[in-house]
Design a protein around this ligand. Structure first.
Ligand code: ADP
Ligand code: MG
Length: 713
């Protein structure tokens, strides 16, 4: 048996279970053994039956012999109770299980067992309720255990508990994983260099894998977990630092800062820049003065004014005789930027082009794509705004000095490479994102140096009134919305996110969903919500619908209609584009708000409140005391909420994971600044002595794989 073998190779896994595992993304032995428990039960301390009487309400573990066992039917409550008497040399105890009548076929009088469960007392009768059980061979069945310890699986030790998944119990996973671990024990390659393990007191991988599944003690489990967390964070750092090093070795053009030009431009603006905007602009200009290509992320909440900061850098580069590019994720956003920048630079005689999948412009003039591309090549365009059409093969700049990429959470290193295909030097790169990054994540993922933050909002922004709406207030909220629509405002409705792996159909059956089926389920939810709103609730209003499975032309059309107010209420999934300005949209209604992470809720809210009207965010939920929803009503600061999100986020909430592709373990330790710093130091050290990782082929390989799963580019 090998790590890369399919799970089909494992004895005792039939097709049914293979299918269930595959739905969890587990197809190989390696994936199976890296499916870690999320918590443990400590069933390692045995007590005698005589001692159990003092432990009411506590979880205890004992070993004894089944004296008798029988099923008792309770017809009125339609259930079966299995009752057993278990004895050891100190006494007897009653043990019960609910609705597991088959147990009498497994546990027979005379069998020796380990039991672990809760001591319960009812009407002064004490018994052990629904314990985990495990039959043990006679040889081990002395109490206290006679020196030799039975290697148990579900009791008598620290027990792993795996994330709950329909059809895959922890008991079953333990039963499968343990023999697999025994078989591949010496075949798990070590991924961390010896020195790093030593310096940081980390377990060897084979031991760590064993201890994370079947720890000798809770402490050992912690030590094992620490190794894997360290490892993931280490690779994350290694990845980022090696990218950085590579870039530091590159040389590019320098763009001198034209202070007079910038000052005059800033003076001409109808508003004063915030301190954070000034600082960010300065950091960017300073970067571009260097011979090392800039690789900076500008991070600021929706509406914090990132565009103007980028525009300053663009202007400075153009006046230094370079071309610039500004890429947006969608056509609508590209057009919006094109319009904004055209009016910002109105008096400056700058030639601005727009390139999208369909339309191409220079200034206000529509132009053939071929003509535009020709002009770019000759240097006749100073700033090219566009969608992904920007990085298609045919577009070739004469002298691209700066590329700005909007609305993305990572560096656009790949895009930059495509932008300057035929050019001898790399352009400077500015990425912009409206997803506030918590400090620790910034430290890990971006390294503190190349991040500019805009934390402060422009003056005079109205607060968005945020309310949690419980079911009984729903009608009232609809009434309020109708009134607002009557005065001309528009509304967004977001349908709940559907998590992969848990959806119930009308009969209450639970289905496993993967990413793909989950997104189809979301489409269905949008359609249903659309029907409900347009037929039952607002038959007199115009409702529109938007989801990820629509063709992009269809989507653009809907968004256009919303912008031109032909639609009053727009229902959509969570994946609708960010960054678009709808100044007239004043209400954000989020259905099943508790299903979303804080960062995401905050993103949604940022889609309203961009105009002069008072705006509202309604969080529809049955769980009005949900801490994330509470946080939303208290704060409107994206960075504050992002920190809070990290604190509140249980291991099951994978919002961040989805966004960055980071492993669960990493997400759960992003608050551990000390650990993050240690892993960075370790990565730095390795790269200092061996920047190409020549003497660590394994590290190199693992890093390559890591890059495939974590999308930092
Ligand atoms: P985002 O950071 O979300 O991209 P934008 O750059 O689109 O934000 O800016 C949002 C709005 O705020 C724009 O209308 C912009 O003109 C305006 N704005 C930007 N900076 C300031 C400022 N310092 N004071 C007032 N308004 C500003
Ligand atoms: Mg923006």
């Amino acid at each position: 048996m090998n790590l890369s073998n399919s799970i089909e190779k494992i004895p005792r896994i039939g097709p049914q279970y293979q299918k269930r595992l595959k739905k969890l993304g587990i197809e190989t032995i390696e994936q199976l053994i890296f499916h870690f428990p999320h918590r443990y039960e400590d069933f390692s301390n045995f007590i005698s039956i005589a001692e159990t009487a003092k432990e009411i309400g506590k979880t205890i573990c004992l070993q004894g012999k089944i004296a008798s066992i029988k099923n008792v039917r309770i017809f009125r409550r339609r259930m079966t109770i299995t009752e057993a008497q278990v004895e050891d040399s100190t006494g007897k105890i009653k043990v019960t299980w609910f609705n597991q009548p088959y147990l009498i076929n497994t546990l027979k009088p005379g069998d020796f067992v380990f039991l672990a469960g809760k001591m319960t007392s009812k009407n002064s009768r004490k018994y052990l309720s629904s314990p985990a059980y495990e039959k043990i061979p006679d040889f081990f069945a002395k109490f206290p255990a006679n020196g030799k310890k039975y290697d148990s699986l579900h009791t008598g030790r620290v027990i792993p508990v795996y994330p709950e998944t329909e059809g895959l119990s922890s008991r079953w996973l333990r039963f499968i994983i343990k023999p697999v671990l025994a078989k591949i024990k010496n075949k798990i390659p070590e991924t961390l260099p010896e020195t790093i393990k030593k310096e940081n007191y980390l377990l060897k991988i084979e031991e760590a894998i064993w201890q994370i599944h079947f720890p000798d003690s809770l402490k050992k489990a912690e030590t094992a977990k620490k190794r894997f967390v360290f490892e993931e964070l280490f690779f994350l750092s290694l990845n980022i630092l090696s990218e950085k090093n590579k870039l530091a070795g590159e040389k590019t053009i320098t763009v001198p800062i034209n202070l007079d030009l910038i000052k005059n431009f800033v003076k001409s603006l109808p508003f004063e820049l915030t301190a954070d905007q000034k600082k960010s602009a300065w950091q960017i200009l300073k970067d571009m003065e260097k011979t090392k290509p800039m690789n900076r992320l500008l991070n600021g909440d929706v509406g914090s004014g990132k565009t103007i900061v980028a525009a300053i850098a663009v202007l400075n580069a153009i006046k230094a005789d370079f071309q610039t590019a500004f890429m947006a994720p969608t056509e609508i956003l590209a057009k919006q930027h094109f319009k904004t920048i055209n009016s910002l630079f109105k008096k400056l005689k700058i030639k601005i082009g727009l390139i999208t999948g369909k339309e191409n412009f220079i200034g206000t003039k529509k132009i053939k794509r071929k003509e535009l591309i020709e002009k770019i090549k000759r240097g006749g365009i100073d700033l090219l705004v566009g969608t992904h059409a920007l990085i298609q093969e045919k577009v070739e700049f004469k002298k691209l000095g700066l590329a700005v990429i909007d609305e993305q959470h990572r560096f656009g290193i790949e895009q930059r490479a495509k932008l300057c295909r035929k050019q001898k030097f790399l352009p400077h790169l500015l990425s912009m994102s409206a997803t506030p990054i918590p400090r620790t994540l910034a430290l890990t993922v971006y390294g503190d140096l190349d991040l500019s933050l805009i934390k402060e909002m422009p003056k005079g922004r109205k607060k968005i009134i945020t309310k949690i709406i419980p079911p009984e207030k729903r009608q009232e909220a609809y009434k309020f919305i109708r009134q607002k629509v009557k005065t001309g405002r528009q509304v967004f409705v977001i349908c709940p996110r559907i998590e992969p792996s848990s959806v119930k159909n009308a009969e209450g059956q639970v289905f496993l969903l993967n990413e793909k089926t989950a997104s189809w389920a979301e489409v269905k939810a949008v359609k249903e919500e659309y029907e409900k709103l347009s037929k039952d609730i607002f038959p007199d209003l115009k409702i529109g619908m938007l989801h990820g499975k629509m063709k992009s032309e269809e989507k653009e059309k809907i968004l256009k209609n919303f912008k031109s107010k032909k639609i009053n209420i727009l229902v959509s999934t969570s994946v609708i584009e960010v960054g678009i300005d709808f100044p007239n949209a004043a209400i954000m209604l989020i259905e099943g708000a508790d299903k979303f992470g804080l960062a995401q809720l905050h993103q949604f809210r940022g889609r309203v409140g961009r105009g002069k009207h008072q705006s509202y965010c309604f969080l529809f939920s049955e769980f009005s005391s949900n801490p994330r929803l509470r946080a939303m009503t208290i704060s409107q600061d994206g960075f504050e909420l992002a920190e809070k999100d990290l604190k509140l986020r249980g291991p099951g909430d994978l919002v961040g994971q989805r966004q960055w592709g980071l492993p669960d373990l990493v997400m759960s330790s992003l608050e551990n600044v000390e650990l993050i710093e240690k892993t960075r130091a370790a990565a730095k050290k390795i790269l200092q002595t061996d920047p190409e990782l020549k003497s660590f082929p394994f590290l190199k390989e693992k890093l390559r794989n890591f890059r495939k799963t974590v999308h930092l580019e």
